[in-house]
Design a protein around this ligand. Structure first.
Ligand code: JFZ
Length: 651
């Protein structure tokens, strides 16, 4: 059962237990309620440790709209700290100020209004950089929210078992992160679920209590109404089609894909951001397509190279931030067929070749556009390139972008999915995601939506992707630390340091480094999407070709330990990772010099351990304390020593 289901149940129970007649509307508090709540809220707001009162929660306009979208970031930024502070101050005494819970309720409700599912509403959008504090914030919200729901004084009772299950489901979600916080939450939820005498009492005066009881009753009813009737929530609950779920499995099995950044920018040999980096004007950039004539482009050779590398899918830029469509688009003439001497549609040729050679095809699509004037108001990458300072945002999204997506999902046969990028340019904008995602899933239900927005997944998204990073590590600094336990995961990376062709970048990763990244991705339950930036003449530079072929050779020997596996059962470490499939565990020793490797316990009985490269037996000891393997000495030139463990049962 998901948290959403549980909350729905809570909603239903509440309605049944008190009758539905007090429900005013699902639109939140009345003006009176709002004023009262402000008083209660203010009265109980603790001092902000950096001065002033707890911030980010009052509605300056006095409007009933609970929280404006632009306030949300401020709320996140300011209140994450406060949440922690409040928990630390009050939780040990088991008291949370009602004003704070009320504010939290408003926060959650406003996020539901902004079309987020309930669990999504509990997660911060703008997470702090450090993984620990992000997790703490999520944890805090889970706990506070469930506490709010369990306020004793208002005559709404949540049964012990429902609250217990809610907490354990929250704990289960959290315990997917192998961190201290995850463990803390599990422990916390256990004690709460078992005892449940632990009730939250609001510290209020008698009269406050009466008002608050009334309020909480109304609030809970409004919440219950919202949840039970599905108002504002229903459309956000996305149920993937069976073919989509199947495609997710296949995606996870595929493990290795080819990312391709190719566009008119490739002509300048300076990466795909050259338009922005050199602050070119529209007039200047408009000259570029006339130099793009990839006479050596050979779709068959590209796909054959992906296959030789052991890659199972490709994700190619159908258009990047320059907005230039690398396909035959009727939506505007800013495209390869109409603006370049090449005049042909390479995506069409690639699609045909992919279908012929059994490779899945995904389209990268930039929602950010530096060329179209309707991309307005502009985002953080704005510069004066000569565009008009007005434009029609809705037209950009609904006609231009959705129009092109419709073309991509209609004219190219079966498409694996759409890899979105650029939302980070306008993080607070309304991107009409629900509409766009619904369009994609309607046109091709199996197509996976993979957004590179660096946030927790939103309803309608099918894969969580991490740019230049392993899930949850956020070593790049801009990814989210939240890792979905449900969605397939993907990590993208470059062979040198560039995405688009960069003539001055010779920082190539070695073949072993690339193998090791692939293995670490698999061990972290993620795919690796490895990038190439083909040259403007359509050729792929030799440095990329050689490296891809050598990864392919490695995979042709050791592919069984990668393809079709899932990460684990043991947590990844600096020493290496594990992957699993049926009753097999592959121990990938990537960085371990000593002869013995001691690992945490494996749940099932290991019957056999062999060195995958030559089938020789490996000595091992399995006990309740853990597993000790005698690792064959390194020959120095292998990126990964793989030990295959056969187990009595599947892991
Ligand atoms: C994005 C693109 O901008 C880039 O060109 C490439 O396509 C890559 C795969 O995806 O990269 C980003 C996007 C945003 C940030 C960093 C890299 N960011 O917000 O810090």
């Amino acid at each position: 059962m998901t948290l959403v289901d549980l909350l729905k149940n809570v909603g239903r129970q509440s309605i049944e237990s008190v009758g539905g007649d007090n429900i005013e509307s699902g639109d939140g508090p009345s003006d009176d309620e709002f004023r009262e709540s402000e008083q209660i809220g203010n009265g109980h707001r603790p001092d902000h440790p950096r001065g002033g009162k707890l911030g980010g929660i009052s509605d300056q306009n006095g409007k009933r709209e609970i929280m404006r979208e632009e306030d949300e970031k401020r709320w996140n930024d300011e209140c994450l700290f406060d949440c922690d502070q409040i928990l630390e101050d009050f939780a040990p005494r088991n008291r949370i100020p009602f004003g704070f819970m009320w504010c939290l309720y408003r926060f959650v409700l406003s996020r539901i209004r902004h079309n987020r599912s309930v669990p999504e509403a509990l997660y911060p959008t703008h997470e702090p950089q450090s993984g620990r504090s992000a997790e703490r914030a999520i944890f805090t919200r889970h706990v506070l929210f469930t506490r709010m729901a369990s306020v004793k004084n208002p005559p709404i009772e949540i049964s012990a078992s429902v609250l217990g299950t809610m907490l354990s489901s929250a704990a289960a979600e959290m315990s997917q992160c192998p961190t201290e916080t995850g463990t803390n939450l599990s422990r916390h939820s256990e004690s709460m679920a078992s005892g449940l005498e632990t009730r939250i009492h609001c510290e209020m005066t008698k009269s406050d209590q009466r008002t608050a009881s009334l309020r909480a009753l109304r609030l809970c009813l409004a919440m219950a109404f919202l949840l039970a009737s599905g108002h504002g929530v229903c459309q956000t609950i996305y149920t993937p089609a069976p073919e989509n779920l199947k495609a997710r499995q296949e995606f996870q099995d595929a493990k290795f894909g080819m990312f391709i950044h190719w566009g008119v920018y490739s002509v300048l040999g300076d990466g795909e951001w050259v338009f922005h980096e050199r602050k070119l004007t529209l007039d200047e950039y408009n000259r570029l397509p006339s130099f793009f004539d990839p006479e050596k482009f050979d779709a068959k050779a590209w796909i054959a190279l992906a296959k030789a590398a052991g890659m199972k899918y490709i994700t190619i830029t159908s258009r990047h931030h320059d907005g230039f469509a690398m396909f035959d688009s009727k939506v505007s003439d800013w495209n390869i067929v109409q603006r370049t001497p090449y005049k042909r549609d390479p995506l069409k040729m690639l699609a045909e070749e992919c279908h012929r050679q059994g490779i899945k095809l995904f389209f990268y699509y930039s929602q950010l556009d530096w060329h179209n004037p309707d991309y307005y108001p502009r985002g953080i990458t704005n510069w004066d390139n000569g565009r008009l300072n007005r434009g029609d945002w809705n037209r950009y999204l609904d006609d231009y972008m959705d129009g092109q997506l419709r073309e991509l999902l209609t004219n190219y046969g079966e498409v694996g999915g759409i890899w979105f990028d650029g939302m980070w340019d306008k993080p607070d904008a309304d991107w009409h995601l629900e509409k766009t995602y619904a369009l994609i899933h309607k046109l091709q239900p199996a197509a996976l939506i993979i957004p590179n927005h660096h946030q927790s997944p939103k309803p309608g998204e099918d894969v969580q992707t991490f740019e230049r990073d392993l899930p949850g590590q956020n070593s790049a600094g801009f990814n989210t630390s939240y890792v979905s336990a449900q969605l397939p995961l993907e990590s993208s990376d470059t062979i040198n340091d560039s995405w688009g062709f960069n003539i001055g970048d010779s920082k190539y990763k070695s073949p072993s480094e690339l193998v090791s990244r692939l293995v670490r991705s698999a061990g972290n339950n993620a795919n690796l999407l490895l990038n190439i930036g083909p040259m403007p003449n359509g050729e792929i530079q030799e440095e990329f070709v050689a490296r891809l072929r050598s990864v392919g050779q490695w995979l042709s020997k050791y592919g069984e330990s990668i393809y079709g596996t899932r990460g684990g059962p043991l947590p990844p470490g600096d020493w290496g990772v594990t992957t699993r499939k049926e009753n097999k565990i592959y121990v990938h020793v990537l960085n371990w010099a000593a002869p013995l490797l001691a690992l945490p316990p494996v749940q099932t009985r290991i019957t056999r351990a062999v060195f995958l490269s030559n089938g020789s037996s490996i000595e091992f000891t399995q006990s309740a304390n853990g597993l000790i393997l005698k690792v064959p000495p390194s020959t120095g030139d292998e990126p990964d020593r793989i030990i295959l463990l056969t187990c009595r049962e599947a892991n």
